[in-house]
Design a protein around this ligand. Structure first.
Ligand code: NAD
Length: 302
């Protein structure tokens, strides 16, 4: 018995890295899995059939999986990915929007093509893969579905040289907040992940920042995402929605969502003199709040 027995899951970008670990773990817990991957280079160029290798690995251990090689970056691709699940398994309960690329460049040097490529795979890719699934949830009135979206600290905290990627990843967190509301009626959990793991997208950056990275160490590589995402789409996670989870190596955390942390009110148009007093006090209140959050967020063992 597995926690995902009877479930059908689509995992995008599952030919390698984090997606592969999620697909394999879900299959080991009984899910029938669509392993989607375009087989792209880190910058999104090129294609290949690497999804076949993951399908073979899953089948070799007794699991069920089918491959799909479509791009997440077009609605036609998103629909074809969804239809792969329907054709192979006749239903679908789980969508993991994981596919990703990078085209890092400072804003002043960024080309329109670099901006568009990242937006298309990440932010538009979430729309393209999610819309067919959400339409299906509504048409069939399913109450057993889950969606996991992939953001990044790059968008949530900010990271130099990634305005395209950071904007797309922050957009994905916003997309998740709205989608969670829209699918609440169907009790569909919609959550965001901000991962950090040694994969081909990050190893060079980690090494450049002086870290001693070993991608084969399961506590540094993408393996931790397998059990966490599997739990989040299992029955145990029922009722958990609209959250952002941080999964970095051995750390598992939850992030705060945007909230007003301090405010003043007036019965007239603000004067510049009043703003001289109000805005520094708001900024100070926010700094105090951040310090309290940081203190509270010291990692503890269970
Ligand atoms: N690794 C990290 O530390 C980290 C940090 C923050 C966010 N993320 C996010 O996690 C996700 C997975 O990243 P990863 O590190 O495993 O990367 P990865 O490069 O190892 O895997 C990504 C996969 O997505 C596939 N892909 C790319 N474009 C596609 C498209 N248009 N259609 C279908 N598949 C496509 C690639 O072929 C690749 O196999 C991405 O969304 C990434 O932005 C990763």
């Amino acid at each position: 018995m597995g926690v995902l027995d009877g479930r059908v899951a689509i995992v995008t970008g599952a030919g390698r890295g984090i997606g592969r670990e999620i697909a394999r773990y879900m299959a080991s817990e009984g899910a029938r899995v669509v392993v989607n991957d375009l087989g792209a280079n880190p910058d999104g160029t090129g294609t290949g059939r690497i999804a076949d290798d993951v399908v073979a690995e899953i089948r070799a251990t007794g699991g069920e999986a089918v491959a799909n090689y479509d791009t997440v970056a077009t609605l036609a691709g998103g629909r074809a990915i969804f239809e792969t699940a329907m054709d192979a398994f006749g239903e679908c309960n789980v969508l993991v929007n994981n596919a990703g690329i990078l085209r890092d460049r400072t804003l002043v040097n960024m080309t329109e093509a670099e901006w568009d490529a990242v937006m298309n795979v990440h932010l538009k890719g979430h729309f393209c893969c999610t819309q067919p699934f959400a339409q299906y949830i509504r048409a069939t009135s399913r109450y057993d579905c889950s969606i996991v979206n992939f953001s990044s600290t790059s968008g949530l905290f900010g990271n130099f040289g990634q305005t395209n990627y950071g904007a797309a990843k922050a957009g994905i967190a916003g997309f998740t907040r709205v989608l969670a509301l829209e699918l609440m009626k169907y009790q569909c959990g919609v959550n965001t992940i901000a991962p950090a793991a040694a994969t081909r997208l990050t190893i060079d950056l980690m090494r450049a920042s002086g870290r001693d990275v070993n991608p084969d160490d399961p506590l540094q590589g993408p393996q931790q995402l397998g059990p966490v995402i599997t739990w989040l789409v299992s029955e145990a996670a029922r009722g958990i929605t609209n959250q952002i989870f941080f999964v970095s190596g051995t750390l598992l955390g939850i992030m705060q969502q945007p909230k007003v942390v301090s405010q003043f009110v007036t019965d007239h148009l603000w004067t510049l003199d009043e703003l001289d007093r109000a805005i520094p006090r708001l900024v100070a209140a926010k700094k105090k709040h951040d310090t309290q959050v940081d203190r509270h967020a010291i990692a503890r063992t269970l």
